[in-house]
Design a protein around this ligand. Structure first.
Ligand SMILES: [Zn+2]
Length: 264
């Protein structure tokens, strides 16, 4: 067996490839730009080329292959050096707890993807020079938020549902509250298929990351309304406003009752 590591690092050096740390940082920024998730690296994938473009890799750097000899099976496996470098950089981010690996993410979302963790999200914001306070209003996915989403989606309907959470913990950390609200929003709009429950409007931003629809609490959060799917409804911005100011109400059978007032 040839010494794989030194063979690989010799190749990296000879082709003057970017370092693993540089690729890792670029990967965090790319993950952030793609809403927190990218597919496992493979040939012909957009993100693989996007990152290669960012480093202005030349043809030789993009196409260099590594040959690994499998003695047992008596065959040679070829893999792209650039893919290997991307994988190693992502794996390092995984070891640092900044991303969840595809093998870990698949258990949560059913998709083999690299996903930002909350720690990775914070780091991506830091290197993109975006204040941490912007976090709550961003549509970026994170492993921890997806855990909340999964739990909400898996909660079965209960008989005699009680929308008031009278046992709500008074002391909740800012972090915990943030994860809950982001998870609630995402799960609600997902269940409503990103459509307004009142008018059916479904539109996305040009980068496909941000849905127009918003998640609203039926019993307001401030009145101890639960952060679960049964107390949530997806509404477009106009209907969200109209609901909040009392132009319509929701009845127990999910029918809408409209207040007929005089419009000026
Ligand atoms: Zn609407």
């Amino acid at each position: 067996m040839i010494d794989e590591v030194s063979y690989e690092s010799r190749m990296l050096g000879r082709l003057a490839m970017p370092t693993r740390t540089q690729v890792g940082r670029a990967l965090l920024r790319t993950l952030f730009k793609h809403g927190g998730v990218v597919k496992e690296f493979g040939a012909g994938q957009e993100v693989v080329n996007e990152l290669a473009d960012e480093f202005q890799l030349n043809r030789a750097q993009r196409t260099a292959t590594l040959e690994t000899v499998y003695r047992k099976e008596d065959r040679v496996k070829k893999s792209l050096l650039w893919h290997r470098l991307l994988f190693r950089a992502a794996d390092l981010l995984g070891a640092e707890g900044l991303v969840s690996r595809p093998t870990q993410t698949v258990r949560l979302t059913g998709k083999r993807e690299w996903m930002l963790t909350e720690k990775g999200f914070d780091e991506a914001l830091r290197i993109s020079q975006i204040p941490k306070t912007a976090k709550e209003s961003l549509p970026t996915k994170s492993y921890e938020v997806q855990k909340v989403v999964k739990k909400l989606l898996e909660t079965p309907t209960r008989e005699n549902y009680e929308p008031f959470d009278t046992a709500r913990k008074l002391v909740r950390t800012v972090r915990e509250a943030g994860l809950r609200i982001r998870g609630f929003r995402q799960a609600v709009i997902e269940v409503y298929d990103f459509r307004c429950a009142a008018c059916g409007l479904k539109i996305n931003s040009p980068d496909s990351l941000c849905w127009e629809v918003e998640a609203a609490h039926i019993v307001p959060h401030g009145s101890l309304g639960r952060d679960d799917l049964f107390n949530g409804i997806a509404l477009c911005r106009f209907h969200h406003w109209a609901f909040d100011v009392g132009w319509f109400a929701l009845l127990d059978n999910y029918k809408i009752s409209v207040v007929w007032g005089i419009m000026n």
